[in-house]
Design a protein around this ligand. Sequence first.
Ligand SMILES: *Cc1c(COP(=O)(O)O)cnc(C)c1O
Length: 227
Amino acid sequence: MNDHSDVRENLDAVQAEIAAAEQDAGRNKGSVTLVAVSKTHDGERIRPALEAGHRIFGENRVQEAQGKWPELKEAFDGIELHLIGPLQTNKSDDAIALFDVIESVDRPKLVGALARSMEKLGRHPACFIQVNTGEEDQKAGCLPDDTDALVAQARAAGLNVVGLMCIPPFDQEPSLHFALLADIAKRNELAQLSMGMSGDYETAVTFGATHVRVGTAIFGVRPKPAA
Ligand SMILES: *Cc1c(COP(=O)(O)O)cnc(C)c1O
C-alpha cells in the first residue's frame, strides 16, 4: 500500500535544495517559484502536495488537466495551474478557462487564438513564450531568432507576456541553453525565466530561473510516458 507520504518528503527536499541554490547564487530567498509538475499523476498522488500547502502545479495536456483539476480546485483554495505542454489552437478556449499561466506560447497562430479566447472569456492568464533553444525539429517552441518578433506580436495582441520558457535538449549541457534564454529575455525586457527540471533545476537557479518545473523529483517516475 502506498500512502503517498513520499510526495511530501520529496517536496520538502526539493524546496530545501532550491533555497540552498538561491543562497549559493546570491539570490534572494523565495525568488524562485517551484512549479510542481503533476502530469500523468492522479488526484490521490497530488493531494499530499496540496495538503502540505503547495499551490502551484504544471500540467502538459489540457484534456488530462480538465479531468482532475476541477475537483482539486473545489477542495483547495488558491491553486495556480500552469500549462507547460504544446497547445493546439482548437484547445485555446479550454486552456484559457482552466489555466492561470500559459508557458507554451510558441507561434503566431497560437497568439491569435489565445488573444481571441481571452477576449471571449474575460480571463487574462500570464504568458511565457517558449523558446526552442536547441533548435530541435521535434520540439515545440519558437526559434531563438524568431523570439523577438513573437514577443512583440504577443504584446501587440494584448497578451500579458511575463517571461520565456525553455526545455534544453536532454543530451546537452543545460547551462548554455539557460544562458541563451536569459540573454533573449533581457533584450526583450522580460523579467521571468521558466527553466530547470528535476535533473538540472539547481543549475537553472544559478542562471537566473524565476520558475523551475519539477515533476519526477517530487512525484516519482511517471506511471506512463508523457508526451
Ligand atoms: C514533464 C515536464 C517537466 C518535468 O520534468 P521532470 O524531469 O519530471 O522534472 C518540466 N517541464 C516540462 C515542459 C515538462 O513537460
